[in-house]
Write a protein that binds this ligand. Structure first.
Ligand SMILES: Cc1ncc(COP(=O)(O)O)c(C=O)c1O
Length: 378
């Protein structure tokens, strides 16, 4: 059985009504006019777009554009999917059988382990919680080695990582490359949803091509605030992509031509948008880091190295659910409790809000006194 997707309950309840939405893992969504003015798009061009089914693998020019993000990849190694959620579902369904071992860093985005469990896989979660408090950059050699300890069929590496905000260092990548040479049977799936916001680079590192058994998922939706376009992709060996395409025919079959059109325009002109997105993200993260000591109930925070989210640690006397409820009820701030990541004692904070709303939210948050928080102690 697939269990409930834990984060979705709060996301459904609060994402549209939150004054300050820090529950989301993406940049605050833009509307179509904002997007088109950024991209210099004349929306009348949409008028000529055929509303026929798109090609099953995705529009050829879009696949070319996506392939160009991955050194050495060609368009026939790219499958356009409905969100990366579908790409992940296809990859897990094709790779995993009952009893197969899957390793991943913990805590994790639920689909990365829930779908494998549904397939009957066994899980080797490798905790990042201690590493988060060392202040060292990257995942670290020991943690990476632990991913391979049980000789897994599949390692899932989500980088930049949701929810910890960790990303790979050069040393991590070297270690990984060596491990993949040593574990010839192991597949790796790189979930690179936040690749366009990985540290200071315009386009973060990709694990594509690290071995013949590597797959990558990606998207523009979270990094550019266009979640509703629902476009994602899977990149991998040609024969694997052909099988994934055939399986996709049973699921969503094709994606919307309107979404493909806008995604292609966005990818081609992404630099126009990236500068302001990065600036706002940095402003919010810096503000939060500087305000943590004023936020009653937060014990520790490590600023993300990449991506849009962080995972502050709570005072151990607090339960994450009641803390998240209090923030919502008293300040109109929406965050996700660590319990939704099956990891008590933390909350997940997104930094994709507009700086104005983020600042207002923090003012309201810091106005919640420690006496109020103390009433929540378990
Ligand atoms: C790490 C990670 N992977 C995959 C997904 C799924 O994203 P999509 O909306 O593209 O299906 C998410 C969504 O939050 C995510 O955080």
């Amino acid at each position: 059985m697939l269990r409930d997707f834990f984060i979705e309950d709060r996301l459904e309840r609060f994402r549209t009504s939150a004054f300050c939405n820090l529950g989301e893992s993406g940049i605050r969504n833009q509307n179509l006019s904002e997007l088109s003015s950024y991209l210099g798009l004349d929306l009348r061009e949409l008028g000529g777009l055929s509303l026929a089914d798109s090609p099953n693998s995705g529009r050829p020019d879009l696949r070319e554009e996506i392939a160009s993000l991955y050194p050495g990849a060609s368009a026939d190694q790219v499958l356009v999917t409905t969100g990366t959620g579908e790409a992940l579902f296809l990859a897990f369904s094709l790779l995993l059988e009952k009893g197969d071992m899957l390793s991943l860093f913990w805590p994790a985005f639920q689909a990365l382990y829930e779908v494998p469990l549904f397939r009957g896989a066994r899980l080797n979660p490798v905790s990042l919680l201690d590493r988060m408090e060392t202040g060292e950059f990257g995942f670290g050699e020991k943690n990476l080695r632990n991913l391979f300890e049980e000789k897994p069929k599949l390692v899932v590496l989500n980088h930049p990582h949701n929810p910890s905000g960790m990303s790979t260092t050069r040393t991590d990548r070297e270690v990984l490359q060596k491990l993949l040479q040593d574990f010839q049977e192991t597949w790796v799936l790189f979930d690179e949803h936040y690749r366009f916001l990985d540290g200071d680079s315009e386009l973060g590192w990709t694990g594509f091509g690290l071995s013949e058994r590597s797959l990558v998922t990606g998207s523009v939706t979270k990094c550019f605030g266009v979640m509703g376009l629902r476009i994602g992709w899977l990149v991998g060996p040609k024969d694997f992509i052909a099988k994934a395409r055939s399986m996709k025919d049973y699921l969503t079959h094709t994606v919307s031509p309107i979404s493909e059109f806008l995604t292609l325009a966005l990818l081609r002109k992404r630099n126009a948008m990236q500068a302001s997105i990065r600036k706002n993200l940095k402003t919010n993260i810096t503000l939060f880091s500087g305000s943590v000591s004023d936020l009653a109930g937060i014990d520790f925070f490590r600023a993300p190295e990449g991506g849009i989210v962080g995972f502050p640690k709570l005072d151990p006397r607090l339960s994450s659910g009641s803390y998240a409820d209090l923030l919502w009820n008293q300040a109109g701030i929406f965050v996700l409790p660590g319990s939704d990541f099956e990891t008590e004692g933390y909350i997940r904070v997104g930094f994709g809000e507009t700086p104005e709303r983020f600042r207002d939210g923090l003012d309201r948050w810091s106005a919640i006194g420690s006496e109020t928080i103390a009433r929540l102690y378990k």
